[in-house]
Ligand binder design. Sequence first.
Ligand code: SAM
Length: 213
Amino acid sequence: MEKSIKPITDFTSLRKLWDEKIKDHYWRDRKYRFGHPDMVMKYLRPELTDVLYEYGCGYGREAFSFSTLVEKVVGADISPTNVKEARSKAKADGNSRINFYLWPEEVENLPDSSFDCAYSYATFQHCEDVVATKALSDIRRLLKPSGRFLFQFGGGPEPDSVRGAFKGVYVDIARSPSEVGVMLETAQLTWEGLIRREVGKFIQYWVFGSREE
Ligand SMILES: C[S@@+](CC[C@H](N)C(=O)[O-])C[C@H]1O[C@@H](n2cnc3c(N)ncnc32)[C@H](O)[C@@H]1O
């Protein structure tokens, strides 16, 4: 039977959807560590003095690793359950280098040009164009003029395919490199390189670059 799948773009419904998914144990109980440390070290090159923004940080799986490499980390996620859990861990660890914010409303209070780098993993493929555009425009505003970024930005198995759905709603959108390029250009983020990686049966695209002056 064919699935009926519809796009979902309003933030309140998205929040409800993701929080339900998270409570349903989606992407939970993974180890607190980088999934792709080689990509982080080679293309984002975190420095000890950096302030880093992570979009779609989940419960902080990678954010806590970043906090050992940079001065300050801000993780943002749409799921209150994730944000709450991440905050509790930071408090329990006594980690004052890391903060977690609810996306989008709390992120709007962060000052312009206050971040040296931005990172995102396994999140943009869950965002409809209108949502991804908003997230990229936040990043453009938050990054310092020379600020760098590294995003894992969707992928295969085939460009334009929809790989998964949750309760009849899009959750997994694959984009072609040119579509990714258009989104970055629209956000005035300069794309310096695109890496295509095969991870099991999936193809991941990673993009890195910096904010246009
Ligand atoms: C596959 S998980 C990845 C989490 C984290 N990046 C990691 O690798 O552990 C996707 C995450 O994106 C978050 N998310 C989904 N849509 C989002 C949106 N529009 N803005 C911010 N976060 C979102 C979900 O709540 C979830 O935590």
